[in-house]
Ligand binder design. Structure first.
Ligand code: ADP
Ligand code: MG
Ligand code: ZN
Length: 474
């Protein structure tokens, strides 16, 4: 039996507002515990929340960017549960009337565009943070994060593989960062993901029973946690068991998911409309204003890169995931680089040297890239030499490729008499190989080319060298 995975993601994104969602406290990250609090966000009795307008605008922006319908009327609800990091005993969230619904975003899988539905986007407040003293039997609570505005973005169960889930996360992150509504930092928790996953036999229409996997805090783990969970569910079914509906926790150290609570232990949140806040009414005028202020979004940019520069979907997608990358690409093209070659170099060569940095933070600028392509074109160096030696050196030192070539004496040798001389030497030194080649072992061509390259310290013009070796041997 072949199985197919069905996945839906619930993503929490921390909004980049200066102040909290229902009070004027700062949202700055990393301050002394409990220094950014007030009676409202620590849940004192008798205080009243006041909605942050910026948070509403950010949610609308996100809704428009993900093709959602913006509700002209929505409201907040209380989600009741007890936990020490939740001083009011309830979280203010949205429930039956969220601010945005019925959207979609596009991802690129195997060079094809696929739509993933967005069920809803709603606003809510974050909780505080419990900090457990390692050797003592007590804990601390930091309420700086309590009341920080979040968006919860819920997808339809349209995702069919861990890879698609990761692509969806990447695209969503790219959109949020492009809009400037979230910093997209998964490790710091500004972007968190809960994954709902079930399996079903291929061809079956009905969904299987799902498990919800929590605590996924990096792109790598989105894929890993889902891969593990899918295998686990298949195993359960193949051994004659049943997948049960439950919440599971991803343990990144062990690389497994573990049961946290079953359906029976699931909370009853006793949702009801928040009586302390008026419903949110959004006028079309505001929606139109926000719409006209939206920047060019990753999908639009991807399409433009395909039509304007003739790039394949995949390349265009890779280049538009981060704004800095697309800007780098367009700058290099403006400086005279051939779009397809520039794209190729960014994706296959430059990305490898970023080591977590953004492309605009490294010493290898679009100018360097265009310079390296120019020296290759002029025949001053080979592509191989450029990739293996010049690129890493320029990344380290910030020196221009042409400078490096001069300094290190890397200038490519295109003088055929000089190459011929070394080819003759290599042929003379390897009579047995010559015999085998003449007897039909054509693989040895590579051996001769390699020997000459080695003797010439990689500086021979590879095309010319190939021709000369062939000419001499055949
Ligand atoms: P809850 O409020 O309990 O989390 P929702 O109905 O809001 O439940 O669904 C949460 C997420 O689960 C959504 O992203 C949805 O796409 C996904 N989902 C729903 N049913 C399934 C299923 N059978 N398999 C996988 N994912 C599912
Ligand atoms: Mg859920
Ligand atoms: Zn406050």
């Amino acid at each position: 039996m072949k199985y197919e995975a069905v996945i839906g993601l619930e993503v929490h994104a921390q909004m980049l507002t200066d102040t909290k969602i229902f009070c004027g406290c700062s949202t700055k990250f990393g301050s002394e515990p409990n220094t950014q609090t007030c009676p409202v966000c620590i849940g004192m009795p008798g205080v009243l929340p006041v909605l942050n307008k910026k948070a509403v605008e950010f949610a609308i922006k996100t809704g428009l960017a993900t093709n959602c319908k913006i509700s002209s009327y929505s409201r907040f609800a209380r989600k009741n549960y007890f936990y020490p990091d939740l001083p009011k005993g309830y979280q203010i969230s949205q429930y039956e009337l969220p601010i945005c619904e019925h959207g979609f975003i596009e991802i690129v899988v195997d060079a094809e565009i696929k739509k993933i539905g967005i069920t809803r986007i709603h606003m809510e407040e974050d909780a505080g943070k419990n900090i457990h003293a390692s050797s003592e039997n007590y804990s601390f609570v930091d309420l700086n994060r309590a009341g920080v505005p979040l968006m919860e973005i819920v997808s339809e169960p349209d995702i069919r593989s861990p890879k698609e889930a990761a692509e969806y996360m990447k695209k969503l992150r790219a959109i949020l960062m492009c809009l400037g509504v979230c910093d997209g930092n998964m490790e710091q928790g500004s972007l968190r993901c809960d994954a709902n996953v079930s399996i079903r036999p291929v061809g079956q229409k009905e969904y299987g029973t799902r498990a919800e996997v929590k605590n996924i805090n990096s792109f790598k783990f989105v894929e890993k946690a889902l891969e593990y969970e899918i295998k686990r569910q298949i195993k359960v079914i193949e051994e004659g068991g049943k997948v049960i509906q439950e919440t599971r926790l991803w343990d990144s150290n062990k690389g497994i998911t573990e049961s946290m609570r079953g359906k029976e232990e699931a909370h009853d949140y006793r949702y009801f409309p928040e009586p302390d806040l008026v419903p949110i009414t959004v006028e079309q005028k505001l929606i139109d204003e926000i719409k006209s202020s939206l920047p060019e979004l990753p999908d639009a940019k991807r399409k433009r890169f395909v039509s304007e520069y003739g790039l394949p979907e995949y390349d265009a997608d890779m280049l538009t995931e981060e704004r800095s990358t697309s800007e780098y690409f367009e700058e290099a093209v403006k400086l005279g680089g051939d779009p397809k070659i520039v794209a190729n170099w960014i994706i296959t060569n430059i990305f490898r040297y970023l080591e977590g940095r953004e492309i605009n933070e490294v010493p290898f600028t679009p100018k360097h890239l265009v310079n390296i392509l120019t020296v290759i074109n002029a025949g001053s160096t080979s592509t191989t030499m450029a990739k293996s030696t010049i690129l890493p050196e320029a990344f380290k030192t910030g020196k221009m490729p042409e400078e490096i070539i001069k300094e290190k004496g890397l200038v490519q040798i295109s003088d055929s008499s000089e190459i011929e001389r070394v080819v003759d030497e290599v042929i003379a030194k390897n009579p047995k190989e010559v015999e085998r080649f003449k007897a039909g072992d054509e693989k040895l061509l590579g051996f001769f080319v390699g020997q000459v390259m080695k003797a010439m310290k990689g500086k021979a013009n590879p095309q010319l060298l190939n021709e000369i070796v062939k000419k001499k041997l055949i």
